[in-house]
Every structure is written in structure tokens, then in C-alpha cells.
Design a protein around this ligand. Sequence first.
Ligand SMILES: NC(=O)c1ccc[n+]([C@@H]2O[C@H](COP(=O)([O-])OP(=O)(O)OC[C@H]3O[C@@H](n4cnc5c(N)ncnc54)[C@H](OP(=O)(O)O)[C@@H]3O)[C@@H](O)[C@H]2O)c1
Length: 297
Amino acid sequence: MTVTSQRSTGSGEFTERYGPWALVAGASVGIGRALSMEAAERGCNVVLVARGKKQLELTAAEVANRHGVQVRTVAADLASPDIGEVLAEATADLDVGLLVYNAAVGPNSRFIDGDLDLHLLSVDVNCRTPVILCHQFGRRLVQRGRGGIVVISSMGGTQGAVNFSTYNAGKAFEWILTESLWTELADRGVDAVNVFVGATSSPNYDAFKQTLDPELCSRTGTDDPLDRARSRLMRPSTPEEVAAASYEGLGRGPVVYTHPDDEFVSRVCFSLPRAEATRVWRALQETSTRRPDRIAR
Ligand SMILES: NC(=O)c1ccc[n+]([C@@H]2O[C@H](COP(=O)([O-])OP(=O)(O)OC[C@H]3O[C@@H](n4cnc5c(N)ncnc54)[C@H](OP(=O)(O)O)[C@@H]3O)[C@@H](O)[C@H]2O)c1
């Protein structure tokens, strides 16, 4: 299901079910900043977690000033082995009704050419810590009989692709974990949703966009999944659209897309033999003129 950015601002219903506190893991910039802002816009107090203290404090001040909610910051590394204890202690006095997992590490190289430690770091941030936090906060939410879990995955998690082996695998892990939570927890009052995010404007993405071949991205509106995926690269969503669609997805899970073209590409690729689907994504990687990414050996 594609959920586009409808806003239900300051909704009492939202805070009743998912408030009074939301915790956003990976909260200071990009989509995480927008998710923090949107949770506050919907009436939640917000715990913001990220490593860089200065940006974290800036974002926290913006959230509080704009929406008049309480904010708490936790400067912590989501790759730390003790992250569960750190966040349990930091939120022990709060009634957290919404867990939002947004941070990710994206190694970008051929698997065997990449640094093993970076692959393992991505496993920690994209798989291990989501398990720890979904377990810990999942129990808390079930105990209080209501709440939500939003996991920011990626279109990358729907298949293997060159240069993104552990990233895509981690995003698939998040998807299946969240889908399992959706089916296990729905009748215990907790809504889980996996968000298949596609191209979204952020400093990293905007730099990548500069490397795209405009000619290859110009074929809009065709029924070819590669054309559709390539043209989408030129039309990234805003972080605000992704944040609004993510919260609209709560209660409509187990998965949501934030753009109709992403859903189209995904549906077509799921219907293809795996080798063909993987070829579509290999060609998509080659849309960038960035070397060595363009050279798919
Ligand atoms: N942008 C896209 O086009 C796109 C497409 C598909 C999926 N997504 C998904 O959307 C999510 C956000 O993407 P984005 O582009 O907005 O990311 P981003 O710009 O890299 O921001 C990530 C946020 O998480 C924090 N963070 C990163 N690593 C952390 C760690 N180890 N511990 C604590 N905090 C950490 C960052 O702050 P610090 O660095 O200060 O810690 C920052 O606040 C990711 O899950 C990504 O996979 C994005």
C-alpha cells in the first residue's frame, strides 16, 4: 500500500494510541529529523537519539520551539553493545508509546572488496540494534496495551543488488522482523509498520543525485520497472513526505510505500524470476556515473 503524505496534525487519536512519548533512533538530520518533527506535530513528546551532540541539540530545540512539546536528547551510538541498557535508563521515567527506528549504515562497494568491519557495523546498526530495541520497547508497549513501532527500511530491502549486499540484506531483515511483529502484536494493541523508503532528498542522496545520468532517467510513465525506478531517482521525496506517510502507515501495515512508483517497481520485480529482478536493480545501480559503481562486473 502506498501512503502519501496526508497530515493529521495534533491528532488526539494519534497521541492516545502512540503517545505520550515517541523515541526516534537516528533523529537529528534528514528523514530522522522529519520523523521527530512530525511526531511532535502529531502531539507526542519526543526522545531524540543520535551521535553528534551539536546537531542533536539544534534539532531538539527546533522540535520543542515549533511544536511546544517536551524533548529529551540522548547522544549515543546505536552500534554500541550496551545500547539497550543506555536507552532503557534514559527512558525509564517516560511512558514511551512509539518506537521509530531510522538510523542505518550503508556500505557501498562490492562485498568482497569492502571492509569487513564496515559490513559488520552495518549488521549492528541495521539488524542487531533493531532487534534489541523492538524486543525491549515491544515488551513495554504490550504491557501498556497500546503503541506503535515504525521501522524505516528501504526499497533496497526487496532484492539483492550490486554494491549494496549487506545494506540490502539488513533492510530485508528489518522488513521481515517488522512484518513478524505486525502479525504477532496486532491483537495485543501494538501496530508495527515497515516503511519501504525510496529516493529521498538528504545531503547524501542529493550528492548521489548529481552523479545520475539524466538521459537514462528521462523515461517517465512507462510500464518498464527499470524506467520507472530510474525516473524516480530524479524525483526524490522530501523527508517530510516520508515522515508523514510513515505515521499514516501505522495501523495499515505490515508494509507501506511512500511513493506509488516505488510500489509499482516492487510489485513488478516480485513477480519476476529472481535473476531478472536482480538484473533490474543491477542496471539501476549503473544509472550513476560514479565509478566504480557504473562498472557492474
Ligand atoms: N535518503 C534516501 O534516499 C533513503 C532511501 C531509502 C532508505 N532510506 C533510509 O532512511 C533512513 C534515513 O536515511 P537518511 O538519508 O535520512 O540518513 P542520514 O542522513 O544518514 O541520517 C541518519 C540519522 O541517524 C543518525 N545516526 C546514524 N548512525 C547512527 C548511529 N550509529 N548511532 C546513532 N545515530 C546514528 C544520524 O546522526 P549522527 O550521524 O549524528 O549519529 C542522523 O540523525 C535510513 O534507514 C535509510 O536506510 C533513505
